[in-house]
Ligand binder design. Sequence first.
Ligand SMILES: [Fe+2]
Length: 268
Amino acid sequence: MIQLPESWFEGRLPELPTVADCATALREDAPRLRAITSREPARDLEAGLFAALDGEAGHAVVGYPAEVPATVAATLLAAWLGMPAEGVHDDVGGTVSHVVSGVGHRHDQAWHTDSTPWLLPNRYSVLGLLSAPGPQPEATGVLPIRRLHTALLDDPEALAALRGEALPWRVNFPHLPQLWGAILDPAVPRWVRPAVDPLRDRMSPALARGVLRLEAALAGAVPWYEPATAPGRLVMFDNHRVMHRGPLLEQDSGRELIRIKIGGRAVR
Ligand SMILES: [Fe+2]
């Protein structure tokens, strides 16, 4: 497993008891966070993390001392990745979130990409565990989008429509200018089923067929990874290269995460 450098956790750690404190620190205390993450060159982290993110798997599991709060580990990783103070915002879901599994967006438990209404969806998502229902870590499903392209190769017309036929992603955000993009856009894919369902009668026959084929592939025909965040373990994935889903849990399960979105642009 890739490890955050030990030197980050020597000396006094930033006090970040809540997720809101993490957002404040990234916004207002960036020089101090950077001072911590530049105590030594993080060559192993740099090489290992990006080899994993840029490789076929499109995600990485990143270790840190298990006694350190996940808020601190996730915030230091975001700072090291160069998250700018102005990159921390609350627009369209925001960048730093306290996620309670099973609450609110139940579509989080189905395959999706994050931030589909953003002008440019966040490049990376970092997940850390705040509390868990039991000792067994619950996995996040991670499915490389490249595998979906491959699964659809026997219907080139449908695949071309998925790659090139633009859909509107801000139907539920009438205060924002409309935003058009293709589901399997080669650079910035977007998929979240509740946003696509109401658009089915506007799709070309090829795209409608492509969406059905995509759903069939997502329903089990294409294998996926199951990394789990746990005490001492962050999960980070490339939101432009994989789809993901949370574990199937009820809202009283007690699983809570910190999620930090890195890169991308929400509305401006
Ligand atoms: Fe998500």
